[in-house]
Design a protein around this ligand. Structure first.
Ligand code: PLP
Length: 401
């Protein structure tokens, strides 16, 4: 059956508006569309394809597991899930893992666990959840309400209760909000969708201290920052602030859907048998691919490589900016990079994305004012250079109207 973009509007729910081209093949940081046109991929499936497209280690894991066993349900455990959980706990602060299928589900589990923990341990009034303006935590009703953009949670009727939002990096505002009724604080170490906004170290440290003082759990949403994205396995390790609960997804499966919530033994003990669950969570196929991705990313070569590639990216973007003067700032960490548009180009991030696509380069935006780059963590340096050359042409197009 021949299919094309027009069919999308006929048979798909209209909640997305995808690009005109339909990619059919990917290899490394290159993809090809139905017409055979080749693109350089600086988007990485929104920080998911941490090893590019069709990385041999992931393809092998998928094929091998695909011929063994695909699914069991949580009535039985399985080898890939056990191995992945062991590796996640060995490499982080955490001692226990709950597997889900997406970032939103990992966060949903984190929030439900935090509520259980606080209510059972400290009483029925300890239910307040603090999160931050512009934060993004997923699209289930709980996570989207905790997220800091009301536009995403409005219009669906009564919302989950006792959720408040604070300005990010505003220590005084945070101090004024937190109390003994605070159950948990959810934050991204670097806000992704909100515009690649890093938490400053002093702020993160203060949040940690005040959580401890008020017996509130600190939940780090590392769905976008995790699994090597920042050059650390998890961003908390670079920030020097350890959460009580951490959610991870996106790059965790390198393109295969999986998420996880990880925490300590003490906190996890409140997630008793029957309190929460998922049909597919911990699925052997997903865990086998994630294990291969994790083994590949969690090496000094790849993590150091992220830092080196980040420097290359930033130099290139600064050089483009020196010529065309379009950005006020290049921010982020590792290969989570945001080029912030200056006043002259305010609100026009999408124009840069469209112009890039015209030059066969895939980029992302984060809000209306930031061009976002989340390429493969192992993108070859030649592809970075070729992609930046295409981006320079795109910038010239926008500047010259
Ligand atoms: C993408 C993202 C999510 C949601 O993940 P899904 O897999 O789309 O549910 C949650 N939090 C952050 C920080 C994200 O970037």
């Amino acid at each position: 059956m021949q299919v094309n973009r027009e069919l999308f509007d006929l048979v798909m729910a209209p909640n997305y508006n995808p690009a005109a081209v339909i990619p059919v093949k990917g290899e490394g940081s290159r993809i090809w569309d139905q017409n055979g046109d080749e693109y350089i991929d600086f988007a990485g499936g929104i920080a998911v394809n941490c090893l590019g497209h069709c990385h041999p280690a992931l393809v092998n894991a998928l094929k091998e597991q695909g011929e063994k066993i695909w699914h069991l349900s949580n009535v039985m455990t399985n080898e890939p899930a056990l191995r992945l959980a062991k590796k996640l706990t060995d490499a982080t602060f955490a001692e226990k893992v709950y597997f889900a299928n997406s970032g939103a589900e990992a966060n949903e589990a984190a929030l439900k666990l935090a509520r259980r923990y606080a209510i059972e341990k400290f009483g029925a009034n300890k239910t307040q959840i603090i999160s931050f303006a512009k934060s993004f935590h997923g699209r289930t009703f709980f996570t989207v309400t905790v997220g800091g953009q009301a536009a995403y949670s409005d219009g669906f009727g009564p919302k989950p209760q006792d959720i408040v939002h604070c300005d990010f990096n505003d220590i005084e505002a945070f101090k004024a909000l937190i109390s003994d009724n605070t159950c948990a604080v959810m934050m991204e170490p670097i806000q992704g969708e909100g515009g690649i906004i890093p938490a400053n170290a002093e702020f993160a440290q203060t949040v940690r201290e005040l959580c401890d003082k008020h017996n509130a759990l600190l939940i780090f949403d590392e769905v976008q920052t995790g699994v090597g994205r920042t050059g650390n396995l998890y961003a908390y390790q670079g920030l020097g602030v350890t959460p009580d609960i951490l959610s991870t997804a996106k790059a965790l499966g390198g393109g295969f859907p999986i998420g996880a919530m990880i925490t300590t033994t003490e906190i996890a003990s409140y997630l008793k048998v029957g309190t929460h669950g998922s049909t597919y969570g911990g699925n052997p196929l997903a865990c086998a691919v994630a294990e291969a991705a994790f083994d590949t990313v969690n090496t000094p070569e790849v993590l150091e490589g992220v830092k080196a590639k980040s420097a290359l990216f930033r130099e290139g973007l600064e050089a483009i900016n020196a010529k065309y003067n379009v950005f006020s700032e290049i921010r982020g960490e590792g290969l989570l990079i945001g080029a912030v548009l200056n006043k002259d180009y305010d609100g026009r991030a999408r124009d840069f994305l469209v112009a890039s696509a015209n030059h066969k380069l895939l980029t992302l935006v984060a809000g209306t004012n930031v061009v976002r780059f989340t390429p493969s963590l192992v993108i070859p340096n030649e592809d970075i250079e070729a992609g930046l050359a295409a981006f320079e042409k795109a910038v010239a197009d926008v500047v010259n109207g």
